[in-house]
Design a protein around this ligand. Sequence first.
Ligand code: HEM
Length: 461
Amino acid sequence: MSVTPVPGSKCRAFGASVADMAASERPLPPGRRGFPVIGETLSFARNSRQFGEQRRQRYGPIFRTHLFGQPTIVMSGADAMQFVFKNEHRYFSAVWPYSTRKLLGEQSLSVQCDPTHMQRRKLLRQAFAPKVLAAYVPEMERIARIHLAKWRAEGRFAWCSRLADFTYHLACSLIVGDERLLGLADTFQTWIQGLFSLPVPLPWARFGRAQRARAELIGGIEMTVRERLRDGISPGARDALSVLLSASDEHGEKLSVKELCDQLLTLLFAGHDTSSSALASFCLLVAQHPKVLSRLRAEQSGADLDGPLAIDMVERMPYLGQVVREVLRLVPPVGGGFRTVLTPCEFAGYRIPKGWRVHYQIHSTHRNDAHFAEPDSFDPDRFGPERAEDRHTRFALVPFGGGPRICIGMEFARIEMLVLGSLLLRDYQWDIEPDQDLTIDSMPVPRPRSGLIVRFRPRAS
Ligand code: HEM
């Protein structure tokens, strides 16, 4: 998902009766409450990554704090990730604020709870099956080429917003299968801006404007869904909508039109900012590391890439794959996730009380030197066959989360990065303009503060 969810309401406390007696005798993790009422929310909201990193150095991989009005335990490190992911639905449940739930829709995968959540995931996963993803590649290439040509014509621009246009275009075409939604790009932004706002339903307030934007977006999506139903469902995987219209669960049940609209809007949201943040980090880090860039270019020259891209070609770029993995490790688009504690439990000798929040931190886990050598440096070779640092410890590399809520679009995102990356490396040159502020702002997703101003031109042959 594009934004770290903040705590709000939770799924039904399911299986919450198995209290762990030993847990109640353990101490709480170290940490502080911060200011009355707001706790340490301001420091967290200012920079969640720095917040986690500073406290991890002070207290270790598990500490307590108070965020968004809730006592919260923050965890990082591979063992903690494994503990949180493996105990989803048992000790923990995903939690979202009221405004997010209302704007995503009650039938969105992100807010659904077990057992509905697992049933819907099974069904939605059909739109991201390997064969279906392979069928998306030509459309990804077509859209990438449209945007590359625009950037070439522009010559100099702030790349982050252009990359967001690209991932939105891709999502409109490949998720909903309707480019008319491109005309609602501003409405989509208004809706996104309300997702984590105060739930004030007044027409001029962020939330009120986002509610109207949601109605417009759902209206557009529903029109497409109804047109497809009227015209008859054609076989084949044109886009996620075409797959989902034919998909049914093990009882033969299909998604209702209302639920389909909520799920498509969720996929548009979840796959848009996250991917554009990852692409911006890729473009920046590669430009800052000329040796990596020349190895990438050499791989492209030797990869026999004549003709349109196909999934087997995309998979024939192992070094580009390593670079993408390293980008997602060093600058994970999602900083972490929140859960509510359904059942008291203990971890690393500390008590985790029922009703508290748990925040798992991806960024701090990726920067842990117990898992990665020199974790602050950009070093794609760490994922090469000789070192394979990601294979040493399970759950050390978790840019897409883990367990029952692991990102459903992770392969889609990876292929999208490989397709655009390959075309960029083969045919274009980009130079980062000097005198710009490249500090990474982490909210809602990491991006250079300046917007990443570049000069863009075709590569000299
Ligand atoms: C580089 C790009 C992406 C990153 C880093 C990313 C990361 C994540 C993470 C960390 C989660 C888990 C959140 C949690 O534990 O609460 C997640 C969930 C999710 N992601 Fe992604 N994501 C990306 C792209 C996408 C794309 C392209 C799509 C769809 C087209 C997508 C759809 C979803 C959905 C629907 C969920 C919720 C899954 C559930 O609750 O069962 N994501 N993503």
